[in-house]
Ligand binder design. Sequence first.
Ligand SMILES: [Zn+2]
Length: 265
Amino acid sequence: MTRRSWFAITVATVVSGAVTGTLVAGEGSSGTPRRSATRATSTTRAAPPTTTTTAPPSLPPAPLPTPVPTVPGDVAPVISHVPTPNRVVFLTIDDGLVRDSRTIELIRQARIPVTLFLVPGPAREGQAYFQQLQALGGTVEAHSVHHPDLKKLGAAAQHNEVCGTLDDFGARFGRRPTLFRPPYGSYNETTKRVARSCGFQWVVTWRATLNDGVLAMQGGQLQPGDIILAHFRVDLPQNLAVLIAKLKAENFTVGHLEDYLSPGT
Ligand SMILES: [Zn+2]
């Protein structure tokens, strides 16, 4: 993601607070029918919005995972696509800024074991929310302390950013992260070396992105093993509905990334 995207997230957070009860800013322009039912309320036990009924309620059970062997050495390898014969993709959701109860309901209905690359502030403020996602099979992983462009930092500063949430997340969520996602997908050799030095098994990027109701794939069709990037933003429930419908139509399901990249953790 670009640096601009991070700012957009922050702005969207502010905007969502300002327009509660109305359509989310920016949603009117592309106007698919299902968007008209998207509501920006924060009601926790509201009836499922139309977005959930337009998507199939669940995906097929995930097949047995095919773990990828750990790569030994002084650098954590980078992965955007998991080699597997299984017709699975992996859903990763980043940052944690907007926490909508509809997201939890969609994930529950579709039985999606998400991987959450969180930054510390939202992780702390939304601990109970993310623990609900853990209870649905989700796993919390690391995404730096301050969300910088790591390539612009030296080794010591990168170490602080890459490794600095391990203890906190381990205590807060009951499991020490094993996967690291660099902010903006920006990394260099130092990032990979630093990540391995504090125990990360993989640096995880992505092959597809989910924004504004559109799943954008690098290289055409969704392929088994693709890692998908989404964000905790106001459009996440809508994005999930779109994704679930597409996966159902193409006979995909969602695998648990850690079962493939760091089994047993
Ligand atoms: Zn991020």
